[in-house]
Design a protein around this ligand. Structure first.
Ligand SMILES: [Zn+2]
Length: 381
């Protein structure tokens, strides 16, 4: 939700229009291209992903899904195909959540799933989400107008780079997604006592950063307790106050990201983590506060769509494995409103959220072809 994203929207909107779609930006900041069907009243086939990225992101995460969807619709119209149902290609606003530390903004927005207080979340410069939306040209007062009524989306398709190494290691260009493992995002705030690093004896300290360090190690130990399990746990941001080399850290705020395809196991690990935080903060005489920012359960793709994608892969002589998605996607939000399916495209060495991220144009064009075939089967044309 920045001027840069707007620029990307402008470029994508031109391509959408070239593909025969009408475009607009809704009040959540989503770019929507619509190809009217013969019966515009029917629930739409929605295809989409996102054009926003991460501060240290690559060029394919999200972008591949939006551009392949536009390409597929372009091929659809160029081949003179028509359908009863309308098609909408959406570039969802702020999927990544880096700026306001809460993602899937646009895709939750259109489903009326924003949470109380979300507009008051601030970025690191103190700018609220509300202000960012208004600056983007949206009107938060008119959110309702941009929501989709229950039943108005027939199903949702998303193509995305895998963002992991499984397809690359298996040497397969395309994968069929079975489901998305839901993330648990926590923010942990530890409070100790500032003091001079030269004078406060070790046993009298209330060092918030030391507590944070032990908790970070605990997150890693919890996530790796059963080798080979798909559980992943990460602490990737930390703020220290007052952050001076000769003042004992008084306050530490860090984020925890815990994911698993097995919700029961994830819940068990969350409980373990909370117990470790309790014990570690007690040991260092710290007080703590845990805020839950996101708590999503694993969501599985619709069997009938998976079957269509598998068949389209077979028709192209692709031996496409089925795999879970560790990262979440806009499809996660849409899964609560309709059936969904996802196509994964191999990414080099599994590298993502890194400028080195790469998917070959050959693989992407195969993905777009599978997507087009899937669109046709879903629309029965
Ligand atoms: Zn993405």
């Amino acid at each position: 939700m920045t001027a840069l994203e707007k620029e990307a929207f402008r470029a994508a909107a031109v391509w959408m229009e070239e593909a025969g779609m009408k475009t607009h930006i809704d009040n959540f900041g989503n770019l929507i291209g619509r190809l009217d069907g013969q019966d515009p009243a029917l629930p739409v086939l929605m295809i989409g992903s996102h054009l926003d990225s991460q501060p240290y992101g690559g060029r394919f995460d999200g972008v591949a899904g939006v551009l392949c969807a536009i390409e597929a619709v372009k091929a659809f119209t160029e081949q003179g195909m028509v359908s009863q149902r309308s098609i909408e290609v959406v570039s969802f606003a702020d999927e990544e959540g880096w700026r306001f530390t809460k993602g899937l903004f646009g895709s939750r927005g259109i489903l009326g799933k924003l949470e109380p207080g979300e507009l008051q979340r601030t970025d690191k410069d103190g700018i609220t989400r509300e202000k960012a939306l208004i600056d983007f040209g949206c009107d938060p007062v008119k959110f309702k107008e941009s929501e989709y009524k229950p039943g108005s989306i027939f199903c949702f398709l998303e193509l995305h780079i895998e963002q992991g190494p499984i397809l690359d290691i298996a040497n397969k260009p395309i994968g069929v997604v079975s489901g998305i493992s839901g993330p648990l995002w926590l923010t942990v705030k530890l409070k100790g006592m500032a003091g001079h690093t030269g004078s406060v004896p070790m046993h009298l300290r209330k060092d918030a950063l030391l507590g944070a360090a032990e908790i970070i190690v605990a997150v890693n130990e919890i996530a790796t307790q059963v080798p080979g399990n798909p559980t992943v746990g990460t602490v990737a941001t930390i703020n220290v106050f007052p952050a001076s080399r000769n003042i004992i850290a008084e306050e530490c705020v860090f984020t925890v990201d815990l994911r698993d395809i097995d919700l029961e196991r994830r819940n068990k690990y969350e409980k373990q983590l909370r117990e470790r935080i309790e014990a570690i903060t007690k040991k260092h005489q710290l007080s703590y506060e845990i805020t839950e920012d996101t708590n999503s359960e694993p969501r599985y793709c619709a069997n009938w769509i998976k079957e269509i994608i598998h068949n389209e892969c077979k028709a192209l002589n692709l031996d496409a494995p089925e795999l879970m998605s560790g990262p979440f996607h806009d499809a996660l939000a849409l899964s609560y409103a309709c059936d969904y399916g996802m196509i994964f495209v191999r990414c080099k060495d599994g590298i993502s959220h890194n400028p080195l991220e790469y998917a070959s144009y050959e693989d992407l064009s195969l993905g777009a072809e599978v997507l087009l075939g899937t669109i046709c089967k879903v629309l029965k044309v």
